[in-house]
Design a protein around this ligand. Sequence first.
Ligand SMILES: [Fe+2]
Ligand SMILES: [Fe+2]
Length: 497
Amino acid sequence: MLHNNLSVLIVDDDQGMHMISRLLIRGMTFQGKKVALISAHSIEEARQQFAENQDVSVAVINAPEGQIDQYIQLIRHLRHTLKLKELRIILSIVSYKEIKDVGEYENLDINDLRTINELTEENFAIVVRTALRDYLAEAQLTQHISGLHSLISDLSAEVKVADHTLYEVLKKIESIMGRPEGNSKLVIEPNADWNVVFSEGQFSGLSEKEIFEGSEELIELVKKYTATQTNYFLYSNDKVFFSLNMIANQDALCCIFGCERAYQDSYTLGITQLFTTEYSLKIRNERLQKDLLMSHRHVLTKLCESVEVRSPETGKHIYRIGMYAALFSKILGFDEEYQILIEHAAPLHDIGKIAIPDVILMKPGKLTTDEFETMKTHVIHGFNFFKRESDEIRPLLDLAAVIALTHHEKWDGSGYPNQTSGIDIPIAGRIVALCDVFDALRSKRCYKEPVTLKETLRIMQKDAGTHFDPKLMKIFAKHHVKFDQIFLDNIDHDANE
Ligand SMILES: [Fe+2]
Ligand SMILES: [Fe+2]
């Protein structure tokens, strides 16, 4: 974690040494940050100071003669118990002869080991500055790694655009560009008016006119962006500009002002640029995929509707079947993905009727045996409509094929087309069979009046174990009010009045 101020803790039992150190590093700044001095006159005091302030950047520990073991124990406490990984430790000892185990010094990551004679008034400030530089480098590396980790997990996770507001993305980029708090942020929509989507810090509350009039750099930026357009990324002094594909399929131009100059290294810029580019691409791809899926469903639904207008089923029947099937699979404990799939696959169960001649499909009276045989072929036509032409797995169409083929099979094997029985009938087929009959009974058709809920349930329960899977029927009966609610909420008024 990087802080605006740096601090050096001196551990020494000699008050004189504290006074000299204070004089030597008084008013010191390093990379624009003030360096504060903290004193501890004993091991206990040092422990106390670290317990209260774990952000110490450098510890200068002077171990008096014969006490080195206690001081090593203090360092062990800092590294192992408090896990102060970034803290730089300068240990000054009386003589190298005191060192018994060199390996231990390496394990404890003592960054600078010197004798008292080697840490003089002349070199003290230099030694501290070197340690501060190492501390900042270590802290920066830690921040880079955690920032990178967070970016990678963002890129590998499924993008949910709604969950990733521009602001969150900006915060993430800020965190790897240094100084996570206190930057000024501006996001502009690159339309003709360059509308400000949001502003923070120095831009907060300003109009577009005020913002642009106050910054030559922004006007330059807009000009440059207009010329280059895609995947824009620019770093200038303490500012970072980039484009993200976030707003209504358009790029948003984002600006963060006040980034640390220390982060102007090619590593950080490379990662940030990669992130903004990849993230934009990912969002574009997701939009495209969503659009394809929607178009896909739209075409299939329209096809179903074209079948429905030729058959006695009413308009919303197919949608209700989808909703019943989704609810049923939810009750049965199927995951959300399956619930969505069945919701969209179940309405396609009768698509094979597209191949049934009008004279049969729209016949008002009872069908002859031959006509019924023709009618029964709709399950095969439906299956052929969706069946795979290659090995490619297509979850929605594969499920639609299964449902089209099996929704007229019966539990006792007396259904069609294959007289499959029991659990050999795929669960999706058993679910849709039940939902289809329920909806047909509850609906008004040109040849019949709607059946009451109570009567519908009685008729269906009579067929448990013959037509329907008895276990599924039991579950359906237990939750029948919820299924009927779907029917009532999506009723065809013209048909059921
Ligand atoms: Fe059917
Ligand atoms: Fe149906």
